[in-house]
Design a binder for this molecule. Structure first.
Ligand SMILES: *Cc1c(COP(=O)(O)O)cnc(C)c1O
Length: 394
């Protein structure tokens, strides 16, 4: 069984590039060049250098002693929260900006929901001196003011998407429209393992630095370069893809993705795609997504802005379909409790996205001699007000 992408851009029956004809030239240019660019010596040197000296990699693999005692197993946290800008997203935007430069692009566009990917994109554009335009739903602009201000401080222009529900999918439509109108000088930085081929594969390769480091770090710490479990939260699925990547072909490693169940699977306010989703096409690829009987996208909900996405990347749809990975829903309540517990036991305030992965420790039942790695995808500073409001209302 192959878990990575095939030459046609598919993971099993998922993936591909379902795009308007006017986007063919842009996507084909990227598709025909990305692997050669990424694996050139010159790219690798610059990528590795920036990951080290700018992002702060390798991120530590930390033995969480008090969490381990509580759950009677061995829990390691992969500290992506310690990266520059506070999450894993920067690994991908650094990679893509270096690709854009080598394609002689001078203008960068992106879309963002919660604003985290927008900030990571604005950051690398400032670093490289490239023009940056971030599309964001008008409602999201109002909801995510601090991130909008960060993007502006970094020199990006934030353009409101005024159509539809004025959220992420509308921002995505605006970004695609922009790319069609500016095919020559513009690169579109997608923020997760979603979108038409080659994006899911390209983003997974950039995020794969996470599992590459976990292997080396585990070998040094426990004398074995793989754990029994890897846990990661799944929005589009980029941090999970990165944490799983180098373990995909090792059946001894159990891979578990945690999805946002919001107020509950059957509440109508959820983003648990593998439970509720059906096969369909979203943002240019075939995957599992939440849709009505006649194929309209269902507006997703989660307390965590980074997980309320109506689909998952095709790699995860395939891992789910083949049962190579397991996907479990985690509710708002479970995630918020886990975020508080991690703060109190380890002195680490996790992003609410990440707290979904931590929450699964309650159900995992790992054995005392087993090793669990949790990808700590981001820090919780951005979520403090949401945590405070939640616990004050309890
Ligand atoms: C954006 C984000 C996520 C969700 O995105 P994935 O592509 O699924 O990784 C998870 N955690 C944090 C901290 C994020 O910012």
């Amino acid at each position: 069984m192959q878990y990575t992408v095939n030459e046609k851009g598919y993971y099993g029956k998922f993936g591909g590039a379902y795009i308007p004809e006017m986007l063919y030239p842009n996507v084909e240019e990227l598709e025909s060049k990305y692997l050669e660019i990424i694996y050139s010596q010159d790219f690798q040197e610059e990528f590795r250098y920036l990951l080290r000296d700018y992002v702060g990699r390798p991120s530590p693999l930390y033995l969480a002693k008090r969490l381990s005692e509580k759950y009677k197993t061995n829990i390691y946290l992969k500290r992506e929260d310690l990266n520059h800008t506070g999450a894993h997203k920067i690994n991908n935007t650094i990679g893509q900006i270096l690709v854009a430069k080598r394609l002689n692009k001078t203008r960068i566009i992106a879309e963002t929901g919660a604003g985290q990917h927008g900030v990571a994109t604005a950051t690398v554009c400032a670093l490289m001196g490239l023009q940056c335009i971030v599309y964001m739903g008008k409602i999201d602009i109002e909801r995510q003011k601090p991130n909008v201000e960060r993007m502006k401080m970094l020199g990006a222009e934030v353009r409101p998407a005024l159509s539809g529900s004025q959220t992420l999918k509308d921002a995505t439509n605006e970004a695609i429209r922009d790319w069609i109108n500016n095919p020559v000088d513009t690169h579109y930085i997608i923020g997760s393992v979603v979108g038409p081929h080659p994006y899911p594969d390209m983003v997974a390769r950039f995020q794969a630095v996470i599992s590459e480091e976990i292997k080396t770090q585990l070998a040094a710490k426990i004398g074995r370069d793989y754990p029994d479990y890897v846990l990661a939260c799944v929005g589009g699925g980029s941090n999970a893809a990165g944490a799983f990547y180098h373990f995909l072909d090792n059946p001894k490693v159990k891979l578990i993705g945690l999805e946002a169940a919001g107020q509950g699977i059957n509440s109508g306010h959820s983003a648990a795609t593998t439970v509720l989703g059906k096969i369909g096409i979203l943002h240019g690829s075939k995957s599992l997504l939440m849709q009505t009987a006649d194929g309209q996208i269902v507006e997703p909900y989660s307390i965590s802005a980074g997980l309320d996405y109506p689909g998952i990347g095709p790699i995860h749809a395939h891992l789910f379909d083949t049962k190579r990975a397991e996907f479990q829903p985690v509710t708002d309540t479970e995630a918020m409790e886990a975020g508080l517990l991690c703060s109190r036991l380890e002195g680490i305030i996790p992003a609410i996205e990440t707290a979904h992965a931590l929450a699964y420790l309650e159900k995992l039942n790992a054995k005392p001699n087993e090793v669990v790695v949790i990808n700590l995808s981001g820090r919780g500073d951005k979520d403090l007000q949401t945590y405070i409001n939640w616990f004050e209302s309890k």
